[in-house]
Ligand binder design. Structure first.
Ligand code: 9MR
Length: 562
């Protein structure tokens, strides 16, 4: 077709399942009809009418959607809107999101600290090792009694948090919980899921091998003297825009606190039960995790109200620490998550006794500072084996399905036909992860109810992340016809390679615009994005955003293959 490519036609730029819903959104007032054409021959395979117009609650713009769900034949296609233009080509085929799921998991490999990435695994993004982290200073805020000052600890491995090179326990917590839960929810899917990492041929699922890289680091963040867990391993201020091997500033572990320690409890408990099945491959690992979780739990019991407050800390201790704070001064949700994981791993109901699960309150979408629902997910997953008390089981399930039903309300009226973006608050810092986590919640509702409407809406949020959104961008690096090319990500900026490191999820629209970049496309919540490396508030990448994308893409693949 000779029509021009129009960025006013918004759709999942990767493609669609033969049996899945297929929607494209057309922004603007004029058009009434659409055509779907075979990309190679240009032959029209479907003509249809666009939906009634919808008015966007954020920008006031008018949009309609084209529904071409009826096309089930494998192939490459385009959407054409007479008088407006055409979309880039996209595919319809089975397993359409397999590469997305693989790349998003591989994204974690590229975030590995303390190791070089050889070309065999990293391709043109090969790089030397950075941040050995074998001599980490203990910050004055973290010196425990009896330990001399200027002590250093070894705290190697782990993943860089995001576009910066620091390693934060709180954010590692939700990231690990999400990836480990993906494994527990869909174990067989990962039997044949090889993403070409150094451990790929060790007969352990690559998902778990990758998780172990960070798990071994997390274990070093526990103070062996008392079981408390350091908040983060960080340089005092952010590194420049340099490659890992060029970043040589001293690094510190800082203040032990309740929230980081409880997140650690949850991750160690969950890892302990999962790696029990891999005892011959990793002798002692499961035991180490369980021992660590119990020690940390006991520390938290003794220290229930030590919170990380960076400003306060900087008044008392040197040097000042000005990197990501991940400050959270409410541990009630971390207690829920930690206790649920301890209970699931030990079978001892004492762990959840006296813990308020707060199921009478609306379900809280998981974020780094709000992890209550991760505990719900785990208890729901094991409700039968744990012989969970019927009333609690019902409350947990109702909490999830009520939340999912709330998301589905008025879905038809939304400008992009997605649950994502219905509320302005969805466009928070890292909004892409809101879309992904909503998708996960919808899949738990599906698990509970077996109602396919939840899968459809979860897939709609994946469509959002891959292009059916108000920016027109596909937010996963390396994918899409309108790609993110300049994420706020040090290696992608410093490596001199045009393409950013693939498989990383851009944060997405954030009307807060805290970075003060001048290149934002718009102030409207759903358009407040710029593909500019200055934009740490809308275009950074982060492990806690990639993890729910891995979950959503892989889970949808597993479900759609059935
Ligand atoms: O994801 C975090 C977001 O919720 C906070 O509002 C923001 C500001 O504190 O920090 C985000 O996390 C960043 C972290 O502090 C440092 N590494 C990069 C993270 C993603 O931008």
């Amino acid at each position: 077709s000779s029509a021009q490519i129009s960025t006013d036609i918004r759709l999942n730029q990767v493609g669609f399942y033969p049996k899945g819903q297929k929607l494209a959104v057309v922004v603007g007032e004029k058009s009434q009809v659409f055509e779907i054409k075979d990309a190679a021959s240009g032959k029209t395979v479907l003509k249809g009418k666009l939906s009634e117009p919808r008015s966007n609650q954020h920008s006031g713009k008018i949009s309609r959607f084209a529904d071409f769900t009826t096309i089930q034949k494998k192939g490459k296609y385009i959407v054409e809107i007479p008088g407006l233009g055409k979309s880039a080509s996209f595919e319809i085929k089975e397993n359409i999101h397999r590469e997305v799921a693989e790349a998003a998991l591989k994204g974690f490999y590229y975030q590995r600290a303390s190791v070089g990435l050889p070309e065999k695994f990293a391709g043109k993004w090969a790089r030397p090792a950075g941040h050995p982290d074998d001599k980490i200073l203990v910050h004055a805020s973290a010196i425990s009694e009896g330990r001399p000052e200027n002590t250093s600890i070894s705290s190697t491995r782990g993943w860089y948090d995001a576009g910066d090179y620091n390693k934060y326990v709180v954010n590692s917590g939700i990231t690990m919980g999400t990836l480990l839960s993906l494994y527990e929810d869909f174990p067989s899917y990962f039997e044949d899921f090889n993403v070409n990492i150094p451990e790929s041929n060790n007969s352990v699922p690559d998902l778990l091998d990758e998780v172990i890289w960070n798990l071994r680091w997390m274990l070093t963040m526990q103070d062996p003297a008392d079981g408390g867990v350091y908040h983060k391993l960080t340089n005092p201020r952010f590194d420049g825009m340099v490659m890992p091997d060029a970043a040589k500033n001293p690094r510190y572990v800082v203040q032990k606190n309740t929230v980081a320690t409880l997140d650690f409890v949850a991750v160690m408990a969950q890892s302990g039960r999962i790696f029990r099945a891999f005892e011959s491959k990793f002798p002692g690992l499961a035991d180490s995790c369980m021992t660590a979780s119990v020690k940390a739990w006991e520390w938290a019991k003794k220290n229930p109200a030590i919170f990380y407050n960076q400003e306060e800390l900087n008044k008392k201790f040197d040097p000042d620490i000005v990197t990501g704070a991940y400050g959270d001064r409410d541990a009630s949700d971390e207690w829920v998550w930690a206790s649920a994981e301890m209970y699931a791993s030990t079978g001892k109901p004492g762990y959840i006794k006296d813990i308020p699960f707060r199921t009478n309150e609306p379900m809280a979408l998981p974020t780094w500072s709000q992890v209550r629902t991760l505990g719900y997910y785990t208890l729901i997953r094991f409700s039968e084996t744990l012989k969970l008390e019927a009333q609690l089981e019902k409350q947990l399930k109702t909490s999830v399905t009520t939340y999912a039903d709330e998301l589905l309300k008025d879905l038809e009226k939304q400008p992009y036909h997605t649950v994502m973006g219905k509320n302005s608050k969805d466009y928070a810092w890292g909004s892409s992860s809101v879309a992904a986590n909503q998708g996960i919640a919808l899949l738990y509702a599906f698990k509970i109810s077996a109602d396919q409407k939840y899968v459809r809406a979860a897939l709609g949020n994946l469509d959002y992340m891959l292009g059916r959104n108000a920016t027109g961008y596909c937010f996963l690096t390396g994918f899409g016809s309108k790609r993110v090319m300049h994420p706020h990500h040090r290696p992608s900026i410093a490596d001199g390679i045009v393409d950013p490191i693939p498989g990383l999820l851009s944060g997405g629209p954030n009307p807060g615009q805290q970075d003060k970049c001048t290149t934002y496309a718009s102030k409207f919540a759903d358009e407040s994005f710029t593909d500019d490396d200055c934009s740490y508030a809308s275009n950074e990448i982060a492990i806690n955003w990639n993890a729910p994308l891995v979950y959503l893409a892989a889970a949808i693949e597993a479900i759609m293959a059935k």
